[in-house]
Every structure is written in C-alpha cells, then in structure tokens.
Design a protein around this ligand. Structure first.
Ligand code: G6P
Length: 367
C-alpha cells in the first residue's frame, strides 16, 4: 500500500505525530496484559546468562544504543559497551565469554551494522537485533529479532523509529533488572506503569509544537548551535544535534554538559544558541552552573526542562520550552520529541528538503 502524508506537509511531520500511536503498539506487544512484566518473542533473553552487553549501530540507532547503555547499567547493573558499527567491525574487538550482542537498525540492512553482526557471529553467546524490518538480513542472521513496531518510516531523518527503539530498549532494561534481581517486584511495576504513561506524555510534548516553531524561526538565523545534556539525556543532545544538521544544514554539536568547559565553551559568543535538555533531576544543579558559564559569556540558552527546572534556572535564560514532569528513566524518550521538533521547524523555516536532505540516504547498504 502506498504511504501518504495524511494531511501533513512532510513525512517527517507525520511520523513525529504518529509517535503516541506506534509507541502504544510497541507497549502492547512487549508489556504483559497483567502489567507485571515484559513479554519477549520465542525463547526471549536470559539476562542471568550474560556478564556484559555489546551494542552496535549507526546514526540515530547508535544514539538509541548509547541511551540504553545508561539504562542497562543504572537500572539493570550490567556493563555495556557501545560503538558505531564502522569502527567496531574493524577493531578486532575481543568478545569475552558470556557476552550478549545487541544490534539496533531501523532497516536491518545497514552495511556496517550487518558486517559487525557477522563479526560477532560465533563469538558472542547470543545475537539480538532490534529492527523495524522483520524480514531484513540482520533479523534473519540473529538468534532473536525484536520488532519495534514503528510502521514504515519514509523521512530520511529517523524519528518514530528512534523513540520505538528506545521504548523497546527501556523495556529490555527493566526485564534485565527484574531477571537479575536488581529491582524488586514493586519497583518493576513502577517502571512499567511509567512506560505505559508514555503515549499520553508524548501527546503533551507534541502540544509544544507552536512554541518550538516560534523559537525555531530564530534558530534558523544561527550558523552554529550547541546541544547539551547529562546522563541518559546526553545521547539525546547528540541526537538533537544530528537531526538539526541533517535537515537544516546548520552546524550543530552535542556535548555532555560537564564537558563544555573542556573546549566547546570557546565557541560561545552572543550569536550562539545553546540548547540545554535538562529535566529537574538530581544532577540539575550541576547543569545550571554549566548554563551560567555560558550565559556569563553572552550565550543564548534555550532551556528544555519541566516547570520546577525552569523556575530554578533563573531569569537569564533566553528561551524556555516547558516539558511535562517525568521519571528519570522515561525522560530520554520524552526529550527526543523537542529534539525532533526543533530540527523539523528550523528546517521548514529554512526551506530545506526535510524528507530528502541532500547527500543522505534512508538506508546505507554500501560501505
Ligand atoms: C542512515 C540514515 C539514518 C540512520 C542510519 C542507520 O544514515 O540516514 O537516519 O540512523 O542510516 O540506519 P539503520 O537502518 O541501521 O537504523
């Protein structure tokens, strides 16, 4: 069947708007109906059989892996190594016994990721692929293939596939923690009910579209934009920078908030917008000091936070985007929304080809 834009100007806009629905689909597939656990297809994954996880992907899928590293390490206490496939495949990385390898790929056909999967075949104890294409080469060559249920994604810049990948990965982290006895039964339930609230929260984040559009008109004038985040939001800052450069062609870099002082602060002047993704979590105060360093140099801070965070950040912030208050585990998925909307509206303001950005392909099946 032909995929239409359903009243949207671009596929990217349609796919951003579809996220509450497709994430609901993924949740219905993975969350058991009694609300007490996670269902995995086939034999699932025995997380007690592994001492470490290696995760490999490219592009946006790599940032999904990088976010999952924080979840799997913090929530499930399993050491995780992440790498981009083009580096991993040639590094001759030793694969220790009791290693689980996870590959994330929207298409399941990306040449470098497929080659990395073939490299670990026979070395890792189990190979799991998380993909939007159940028929893909990677799905076929894995021990277990987990669908993300995002539906067809046409826009070259990945949006709904990314948040569905994150949803599946967070469900896996909760399952791993539960199996390994790291989380008590009621803690598992708390995490699962937070997951179930996601579609509603994403709808609320989509309501910020007009506010973000207004800010994006100003961002469209910038030549360089910095994105900052900490903890599991750091990979979302990286994804925000990737999205903005991919479709608006504005130079953008993502940094860990604490790393700002080690270099990127040299770039800050009165023309530099600095987008800070910072829910009011336990490290928020540290991020506020990073923002103050930027504002003292005239940098224009756009703070994406919740009501308390915005109140605590003070009056020198240039623009704010007020997000719903969410639990730490869910925050990266929710904060992916403003990252997508900022890129989208800035690109539309610049008049670029949003769905088919120059020099990029949806699926890169050559090296
Ligand atoms: C291309 C696309 C990106 C995507 C990456 C990985 O570069 O333009 O949007 O993130 O490939 O694709 P995959 O299908 O493996 O997730």
């Amino acid at each position: 069947t032909r995929i239409e834009k359903a009243g949207h100007k671009h596929f990217m806009s349609k796919e951003i708007a579809e996220q509450p629905t497709v994430i609901s689909d993924a949740l219905s597939y993975y969350l058991s109906s009694d609300g007490a656990g996670i269902n995995l297809p086939e034999d699932g994954i025995d997380f007690t059989a592994f001492d470490r996880i290696v995760m490999v992907a490219c592009g946006t899928a790599f940032f999904a892996c990088f976010t999952a590293k924080y979840w799997l390490e913090q929530i499930a206490r399993i050491p995780v190594e992440v790498d981009v496939a083009s580096e991993f495949r040639y590094r001759e990385a030793p694969i220790a016994p009791r290693t689980l390898a996870i590959f994330v790929s929207q298409s399941g056909e990306t040449a470098d990721t497929l080659a990395a999967l073939r490299y670990v075949a026979g070395k890792a104890d189990k190979i799991v692929t998380i993909t939007n294409s159940a028929e893909s080469s990677m799905a076929r060559e894995s021990d277990l293939s987990l669908p993300i249920l995002a539906g067809v994604e046409v826009g070259v810049a990945s949006t709904k596939a990314f948040t569905c990948q994150l949803t599946v990965l967070l469900a896996l982290a909760i399952e791993a923690a539960s199996q390994r006895g790291v989380l008590a039964r009621d803690e598992v339930k708390t995490h699962l009910s937070a997951l179930r609230a996601l579609p509603g929260l994403i709808n609320a984040a989509l309501d910020l579209r007009d506010d973000i559009d207004a800010i994006s008109q100003e961002l469209a004038e910038a030549t360089d934009v910095l994105f900052l985040g900490r903890g599991a939001i750091y990979p979302i800052a990286l994804e925000g920078a990737l999205k903005l450069k991919e479709i608006s062609y504005i130079h953008a870099e993502g940094y860990a908030s604490g790393e700002l002082k080690h270099g990127p602060i040299a770039l800050v002047d009165t023309h530099t917008p600095i987008i800070v993704f910072a829910p009011r979590d336990k490290l928020f105060d540290k991020t506020v000091s990073n923002m103050q360093e930027v504002m003292a140099r005239g940098g224009k801070v756009i703070l994406v936070s919740d009501k308390t965070g915005i109140a605590d950040a003070g009056d020198d912030v240039w623009r704010t985007i007020e997000m719903p208050r969410v639990s730490d585990a869910i925050a990266p998925i929710l904060y992916a929304l403003p990252a997508q909307l900022i890129a989208y509206h800035t690109a539309v303001a610049k008049g670029t080809d949003v769905d088919q950005p120059r020099n990029l392909a949806k699926s890169v099946t050559v090296e």
